[in-house]
Design a protein around this ligand. Structure first.
Ligand SMILES: [Zn+2]
Length: 334
């Protein structure tokens, strides 16, 4: 996927193109930003640009080198992802010794480290040595959601590029090109994609609707029975391989953002939960849900949602994290 196929990241692409044009490539880039906004695609596009046979302004995407990179079988290109929860020391050692060899065919060996926040301590330290004394013919691209979970010494040795959340318009365009969904479903996905576009989300549309319907039930009743059912469901969702917990957090974020919107008497057509089917009943549910919280509580919950997300990123137990979040919401609704 060459640069021209990446949408909504013009600033990042400009920086990269300038570095290529002026031959000022650092030995390590660090791409940061939320999930599913094009960081990995951009890293692939950069590897293609550096190796493409055409030597045009952008990679052709069609020559044997470009295709091999896209398929991850180019001899001078490697992608490293966590094996389980972490990127392990053995993985790092193997890749680093590969990286130090002279390139087979390319000018530079490119190694992408996708999920750099999952470097274990030992692996991070091994990695640090390479960052301190990089071989001249190598390029490293680290990808992480933020710099918080990375060693300061790693961050300071990379040139960082921040990727932005995608606008609704761009997300919608990507969904339209990559899925066969109806107009209404695309609008629904766009509204709940929170600035990122996961191809996976389209396939998960039905699951997303189920999670939302269930959560709306909780958020508009707050009875003792709801509490019990809520905790049980949170436990299941936290353990499920379909990652319903993630959809729940995304949804809660939209719900409390909308409640804040209602409190501030902002225009109703901007409410996220007005999109898609059953608009009117959603709106009624939102207004019903608004009675349980005051402005301060909405703000507090909004922060707690973010804290839960961060805790899970830092390997907290997912079931416990969403259970305790929902329990807090329930208590505040008192
Ligand atoms: Zn090419």
């Amino acid at each position: 996927m060459p640069f021209r196929d990446i949408y909504g990241q013009e600033d990042a692409l400009d920086l990269l193109k300038q570095a290529v044009d002026r031959d000022r490539m650092p030995h390590a880039w660090l791409f940061t930003g939320q999930a599913n906004i094009g960081k990995f695609k951009t890293a692939v596009a950069l590897a293609q640009k550096l190796n493409c046979r055409t030597e045009a302004e952008d990679a052709c995407g069609e020559c044997d080198f470009c295709l091999q990179i896209a398929a991850q079988n180019f001899p001078d290109y490697q992608v490293l992802v966590p094996d389980g929860k972490f990127i392990k020391i053995d993985q790092i050692r193997k890749s680093l010794s590969w990286l130090s060899l002279h390139p087979d065919q390319a000018k530079k060996r490119v190694m992408i480290l996708d999920g750099a926040q999952h470097l274990g301590r030992e692996a991070a330290n091994a990695f640090l040595k390479t960052l301190e004394e990089p071989a001249p013919q190598t390029l490293l691209i680290l990808i992480a959601e933020s710099t918080h979970q990375l060693l300061e010494t790693i961050v300071s040795r990379c040139q960082q590029i921040r990727f932005r959340p995608l606008s609704g318009e761009i997300s919608e365009r990507i969904f339209r090109q990559s899925t066969e969904l109806s107009h209404e479903n695309i609008q629904l996905l766009t509204a709940f994609s929170m600035g990122g576009v996961s191809g996976d989300l389209a396939a998960r549309l039905e699951l997303m609707q189920t999670v939302q319907k269930t959560a709306i039930g909780w958020l508009t009743t707050f009875s003792a029975e709801t509490l019990e059912e809520m905790l049980r469901t949170c436990e299941t969702w936290g353990k499920s391989k379909h990652e319903e917990w993630r959809l729940l957090l995304d949804f809660l974020e939209t719900w409390f953002r909308d409640l804040g919107w209602i409190y501030n008497a902002l225009p109703e057509d901007k409410l996220i939960n007005r999109t898609g089917t059953a608009q009117e009943s959603r709106l009624k549910a939102l207004k019903n849900g608004a009675q349980f919280f005051n402005h301060q509580q909405i703000y507090e919950i909004f922060n707690q949602i973010e804290e839960s997300r961060t805790a899970i990123e830092l390997n907290a137990n997912k079931s416990l994290a969403v259970e305790s979040l929902c329990l807090n919401i329930y208590r505040l609704a008192g």
